[in-house]
Design a protein around this ligand. Structure first.
Ligand SMILES: [Zn+2]
Length: 100
């Protein structure tokens, strides 16, 4: 018999969202409702762009998926206890391997 272990949680369990620079590894953490992705890395001495001109239009049109996700999480948390919402959204992940 194979036993698979899963982690299941609600969006409200997400304490914050973290953006990690691909170049220097600096991390920017914000609550979902307050996520504002800077145009370039906030790390000292790092010049990595986090989004370029090709993405400006979609961001300006409110179609920036990172901020759309953050807003959706905040919106879900705001209505999750509404009696008219008859379900809970659960996110499921494989349990990470245990350190030996
Ligand atoms: Zn960086």
């Amino acid at each position: 018999m194979t036993v698979e272990r899963r982690l299941v949680f609600e969006p409200a369990d997400i304490r914050a969202l973290t953006l990690e620079c691909k170049k220097c590894g600096v991390r920017l953490t914000a609550k979902a409702a307050a996520l504002d992705v800077p145009r370039s890395c906030p790390g000292a001495g790092c010049s990595q762009g986090w989004w370029g001109s090709a993405l400006v239009l979609s961001r300006d049109q409110g179609q920036w998926p990172y901020e759309t996700l953050a807003k959706a999480l905040a919106d879900i948390n705001a209505i999750k206890d509404n009696a008219e919402v008859g379900f809970r959204l659960l996110l499921e992940f494989d349990e990470p391997p245990r350190a030996s």
